[in-house]
Design a protein around this ligand. Structure first.
Ligand code: C2E
Ligand code: CA
Ligand code: CA
Length: 694
């Protein structure tokens, strides 16, 4: 039995004695090696009995090295042991063995062992194992990997571009934001130097910055310059350089890149928002003013003039209230587009707010040229507007201010144009007025009037007059039209043409209209009463009920009341108007279409609306005895009315000739100064009695 076989019998004992037998020198050397190496050294005999174990074994497997001696490697590690359990080793065999080792505590550890055979093929002695304690390394690697992943995630979350550049200019690291900005992949970036991402003319500057940052003693520095995207696009950026130090050594530069293109774009948007109207995209008042100032300076040098047109859509408030604001906004946008396409391109259009627009006509010959533009704008409104699947007829009132360069400023021009625009409204809308400086007073007048009017409504200063309506053939009074009068303490009788639009704008018309209805149905008049109804009133949700209530209160039979609807009612929401008209019809109240022929809208609605009377506008009646088409139009309207089974009344009959013509045209009734103006209630009753007696 050889010494090795003997070792197999009393392993621990023999190992110890063997250990004692090795020379001191060898022992020392082994001890040093086994202490220094992080690896675990093992030797076994051919049976797998451990004959040598290094110090590290104590820590890795939880044993004391002596306790390990004499134990079988088969008990310590799982699975067959290569070299011992495999084909006979050739003495040079080296095998890597991955397996689980049992820890003294009962737990297990995966370890990689490099096994080599000891002895020769002829005389194998056992094996030597170098066990890699991988656990530590795996742990460290995992921790490292995790921390690197965290670092990358953080880096890539950053909104600014970041790159780490080595001292030789090589890009060591870059983040997503930077790569997106430059349009490069991570791989491409890693092959670049900073010179590759800076446009040529900035390379020197950049190099100087990189050099100078060395002096900055770890203080970051900011610069604005350009970088260059992969496709060559220059990018305005702000960079911040910070030197990176590791262990006191300068190892590179951290460059943070802030994309200025984005913030420049934002400031451009902000600038646009400050200068342009959000809804229509047209310049706003501020920008318009600047254009006007410039135009005035130019005009001064050229001895020409500048015109500002103030446009206000007629009755838009009403449309807006009816359609709702979103729909109204859309309509405004359509109007803006229409205007833009009709106004010459060298003119500046702006939105003044609400339904008001401004046009600047720079470099003009004078007043006539300004009128030309006003007419162009009016012409732009001839065609109906396509809105939400409906055709909508709109008109506009225009105030024009024309000045030479010398006197004016933008403010004055707009003030004059504004006053002129209000005059245009007062003159019946859908037209223009050339303003003058002194005309800016009517604006103040109008404000005063509005205040006075409110007071008048409060203090019952409004009265109702009645104008007779007579049978064309017999001259018998068949009805009266109730017309509002305002006795102003200083100005005397103020025309409803002047204050009714104000009542409409302020909403006061709803209350006033009710009062007129109540007074007019109070039994004072022995004939049918026609009462004007503002579109605003029609929109009162319970208008039908209001009328019924008043009729019940006053006891007037419904057929003795006629309600006159103006043209505007035709452009209101069809459903609502139909609803109201249906209610009125059910009540037995009749309706008339006022000012027929002035607007085109009625013709469309005649088909749908249950109405009883057509009132031919004064404008046509005034022309029927003169050359022109007026007579033909009046005859056509009368024929149309009769064809539809309607009663036709001619308004504004002032002369006998007109009466004769209307008689010839088979007009049913007439109303006008020829017979009587609107009369105070008592006078009207007397007038009716006189005529029926005659
Ligand atoms: P309208 O409904 O067309 O009323 C007829 C207008 O023509 C009245 O003017 C009347 O005085 C005037 N007129 C009558 N005959 C002649 C004539 O032969 N020649 C001339 N040149 N004019 C004549 P007025 O009273 O100044 O009323 C103006 C407008 O004010 C009315 O026009 C009507 O739209 C509105 N209005 C008057 N009263 C009321 C009311 O109570 N409610 C509402 N919503 N509107 C009213
Ligand atoms: Ca009327
Ligand atoms: Ca009328």
């Amino acid at each position: 039995m050889g010494i090795d076989a003997l070792l197999g019998f009393a392993p621990a004992l023999v190992a110890r004695s063997r250990w004692q037998r090795v020379s001191n020198e060898t022992r020392q050397r082994m001890g040093t090696i086994s202490q220094c190496t992080p690896d675990l050294l093992l030797e076994t005999n051919l049976e797998g009995v451990i004959t040598f174990a290094s110090e590290r074994a104590i820590h890795v497997l939880g044993y004391d090295s002596f306790a390990l001696l004499g134990q079988s490697i088969r008990d310590l590690a799982e699975g067959p042991v290569p070299i011992l359990d495999g084909p006979p080793p050739d003495g040079q065999t080296m095998i890597t063995w991955n397996t689980r080792w049992h820890h003294a505590s009962g737990t297990g550890t995966y370890l990689t062992t490099v096994l080599t055979s000891m002895g020769s093929r002829e005389h194998p002695r056992g094996l030597r194992g170098v066990v890699r304690d991988q656990q530590d390394r795996v742990e460290t690697e995992r921790a490292l990997r995790e921390s690197e992943e965290r670092f990358r995630a953080a880096l890539n979350t950053a909104r600014n571009g970041i790159m780490l550049v080595a001292n030789d200019g090589h890009v060591l690291l870059s983040n997503d934001a930077l790569r997106r900005l430059l349009g490069r992949t991570e791989l491409e970036m890693s092959a670049l130097t900073v010179a590759d991402v800076v446009p040529g003319r900035y390379v020197d500057q950049f190099a100087a910055l990189m050099a100078s940052r060395m002096w900055s003693d770890a203080v970051p520095r900011q610069y604005e310059l350009q970088l260059q995207a992969a496709n060559g696009t220059p990018l305005d950026v702000e960079i911040t350089l910070s030197p990176v130090r590791e262990d006191g050594r300068d190892t590179g530069t951290l460059i943070e890149v802030h994309d200025l293109t984005e913030s420049r774009r934002t400031s451009e948007t902000i600038r646009r928002m400050a200068d342009y109207d959000r809804l229509t995209g047209l310049p706003n008042r501020d920008l318009f003013d600047r254009h006007v100032q410039r135009a005035l300076i130019d005009a001064r040098y050229q001895g020409r003039s500048v015109a500002v047109l103030m446009l206000d859509l007629d009755r838009f408030k009403l449309i807006n209230d009816t359609l709702g604001h979103t729909s109204g906004d859309r309509l405004l946008r359509t109007v803006a587009e229409r205007l833009t396409s009709h106004v010459p391109p060298q003119h500046v259009m702006a939105r003044f707010g609400g339904d008001e627009f401004l046009v600047l006509a720079p470099d003009l010959g004078g007043r006539a040229a300004a009128e030309g533009i006003a007419r162009r704008v009016l012409a732009a409104f001839r065609e109906p507007f396509e809105h939400d699947g409906h055709q909508m007829k709109l008109s506009v009132s225009i105030g024009v201010a024309v000045v030479g360069g010398e006197q004016a400023d933008a403010d004055l021009l707009i003030r004059i144009a504004d006053a002129a625009m209000h005059q245009a409204k007062d003159q019946g809308r859908d037209g223009y007025v050339i303003g003058s400086e002194s005309a800016s007073d009517p604006a103040r007048l109008r404000l005063e009037l509005e205040g006075d009017l409110r007071a008048a409504v409060e203090h019952d200063q409004l009265e109702v007059y009645y104008q007779p309506q007579l049978d064309t053939e017999t001259g018998v009074v068949l009805g009266v039209e109730a017309l509002l009068r305002w006795r102003h303490p200083l100005r005397g009788l103020v025309s409803p043409a002047e204050f009714v639009p104000l009542l409409e704008e302020t909403g006061l018309i709803i209350g006033v209209g009710e009062t007129v209805l109540r007074w007019s149905t109070d039994g004072g008049q022995p004939v049918r009463v026609a009462v004007n109804v503002s579109p605003r009133q029609l929109l009162v949700p319970n208008f039908g009920a209001v009328v019924r209530g008043i009729l019940e209160e006053t006891g007037l039979p419904p057929h003795a009341l006629e309600l006159e609807l103006t043209e505007t009612a035709a452009i209101l929401d069809l459903e609502s108007v139909l609803g109201v008209l249906g209610e009125l019809q059910a009540l037995g109240v009749t309706t008339a279409i006022d000012d027929f022929g002035v607007g085109e809208s009625w013709l469309v609605r005649l088909r749908d609306f249950p109405v009883h009377t057509l009132k031919v506008d004064r404008y046509f009646v005034s022309g029927i005895t003169e050359p022109g088409n007026a007579l033909a139009i009046v005859e056509a309207v009368i024929a149309l009315g009769h064809a539809l089974g309607l009663l036709v009344i001619a308004e504004g009959v002032e002369t006998e000739a007109q009466l004769v013509a209307l008689r010839a045209a088979n007009c049913d009734m007439v109303q006008g100064f020829y017979y009587a103006p609107a009369l105070e209630s008592g006078d009207c009753v007397r007038y009716i009695e006189e005529r029926s007696a005659a």
